[in-house]
Design a protein around this ligand. Structure first.
Ligand code: ATP
Ligand code: MG
Length: 503
């Protein structure tokens, strides 16, 4: 785990712990308070009193029904004593039934269990459920015994209420007993939850910080690679956050470094080639005059009679003079290349450059056609608005002239009797000015797109291969870029990009 990761985790842990630890403390206080108010002794006592009152009510009902049974027994005994028979019992029982509401029915049986008289109340129209019990009494009648069964009813709801009150009181007293430990249980449960939240926060923090630190570590490693000189590194940019911005900036920086290193390397290489060209020109130039003079002298001082030999001498002199002339031209171009000055930049308009190129078209056509203008259609165009760049107009014109000459040579070779077309176009975009030259010639095969800018790379019998090297040197000194690709017309497209003045 990196230091950065540890710091992030510590920050997450501390903030979660402080927030949740505080809330445990508060929750504990709040729970205690709730229990203190809700579960207290006064309510418990009231509930117990309620239960006792209900029980008392039922006891009163029970002793009432015992008294009623006693009264019924006594009344039957008196009646039997009065009338010495059971004939009038039926109406007595009816009377008793009407007098006492709790009585549901009365049944009298003799010693053998034979029913003597009985009455019973019609079912209660209100439909309330009743709990009935039977009170038995014995009375003496004419030497025998009579059994009296008095059925009394108490509404079921009295018992239910007693039971419900008992249960409520029981629950309450249990709550009261447990109140201290119950609030503790809640605090514990809350504590466990807090612990889980902290663990989850840690896990999420670890995952997030690992993702960030992995990218930061990759950046650090890539920076070390760049420091060691490897400019090929690029880092992937995925999500959109600050680390991505940093990675993007890093990639841009490496690309700029790579570009400027390529630029510097190319210019250094050109410098070495210029040095070489200077020495070569010097070494070749000096013996040329003596060679030419010697050939002249041999030809002119021969005074022999041999006509055939004289002819041979003349022929040799012509060859030597022609080759010396070619060498002189080459030497001229080499030393011009060697003396190529550095570009001197000043604010200018790319359209002015296009105009001056337009002016040199006839001379180039005539030169390529060796005296008669080559039948090639050349069009030069520019945007109506000025394209402000910093440039050395002379040097850049020389460069674009080289490109244009190559294009005219290529299309003239491909279409010697007409049909060749070359387009020179200057235009600007939001952040760069462009000047491109494209043709409908044979083009350059893709594997040579970079090589054509190397000094001395040529496919022509009389070429030096310096034209495009000069172009690239000049453009790089402008802080620009020159690229070759395929033109829409099928031939080559050379495109020079220069930074705009305001950017
Ligand atoms: N428009 C073009 N179409 C096809 N090939 C091209 C074109 N421009 C350049 N080339 C190729 O690039 C090579 C290098 O061009 P460069 O101008 O550097 O030298 P060169 O033209 O051969 O010699 P010099 O410029 O001295 O006459 C050319 O020889 C040619 O093969
Ligand atoms: Mg050329």
């Amino acid at each position: 785990m990196s230091r950065f990761e540890r710091k992030i985790l510590f920050a997450i842990g501390l903030s979660v712990f402080l927030a949740l630890g505080g809330s445990i403390f508060l929750a504990r206080g709040a729970l205690r308070e709730v229990y203190r108010v809700g579960v207290n002794e006064r309510f418990g006592a009231e509930l117990v009193h309620g239960v006792e009152a209900r029980r008392g009510q039922l006891m009163a009902l029970r002793s009432g029904s015992e008294q009623v049974a006693d009264t019924v027994g006594a009344a039957v005994e008196v009646e039997l004593a009065k009338s010495r028979g059971t004939s009038k019992l039926e109406s007595l029982l009816q009377e008793l039934l009407e007098r006492y509401d709790v009585v549901q029915g009365i049944r009298i049986a003799d010693g053998a269990g034979q029913e003597v008289a009985s009455v019973s109340r019609e079912a209660d129209p209100s439909g309330a459920t009743m709990r009935t019990t039977t009170r038995d009494r014995e009375v003496a009648a004419g030497g025998g015994q009579l059994q009296i069964a008095v059925e009394v009813a108490v509404p079921e709801v009295y018992f239910e209420r007693l039971q419900a009150a008992g249960e409520a009181s029981e629950v309450y007293s249990r709550l009261q007993r447990q109140s201290a430990s119950v609030s503790d249980i809640y605090v514990w449960a809350f504590g466990v939850m807090v612990f889980l939240v902290i663990v989850v926060a840690f896990l999420i923090g670890a995952i997030v910080s690992r993702r960030v630190t992995r990218r930061v570590t990759a950046l650090a490693a890539a920076s070390r690679q760049v420091g060691a000189g490897d400019l090929t590194v690029t880092l992937p940019t995925g999500a959109s956050d600050e680390v991505t911005e940093l990675t993007q900036a890093f990639n841009d920086m490496v690309r700029d470094l790579r570009d400027s290193r390529t630029r510097i390397e190319y210019l250094q290489r050109i410098g070495a080639w210029q040095d070489f060209a200077r020495r070569l020109a010097h070494e070749i130039k000096n013996p040329l005059t003596p060679i030419q003079l010697a050939a002249q002298e041999m030809d002119e001082t021969y005074d022999g009679e041999n006509e055939a030999y004289r002819k041979k001498l003349k022929h040799a002199r012509a060859i030597i003079e022609e080759e010396v002339a070619t060498l002189r031209r080459l030497v001229g171009e080499f030393s011009a290349f060697a003396k190529l000055p550095r570009a001197d930049l000043s604010p200018s308009d790319l359209c002015d450059l296009a105009q001056s190129i337009q002016d040199s078209v006839p001379a180039i056509l005539e030169d390529v056609g060796r005296g008669t203008p080559a039948p090639v259609e050349v069009r030069v165009s520019c945007a109506t608005e000025p394209i402000r760049v910093r440039m050395d107009p002379m040097m850049l014109k020389r460069g674009v002239d080289n490109i244009l000459r190559n294009a005219i040579q290529a299309v003239f070779e491909a279409h010697p009797s007409g049909g060749g077309r070359v387009l020179v176009r200057a235009y600007g975009t939001d952040d760069a000015g462009f000047i491109e030259v494209r043709d409908n010639g044979p083009g350059v095969s893709q594997e040579n797109w970079d090589r054509v800018f190397d000094p001395y790379y040529t496919s022509k019998a009389e070429g030096t291969g310096l034209g495009l090297a000069i172009v690239k040197k000049v453009v790089l000194e402008h802080g620009g870029e020159v690229r070759l690709d395929r033109a829409p017309e099928g031939g080559a497209r050379f495109s020079i990009e220069l930074p705009l003045m305001d950017s």
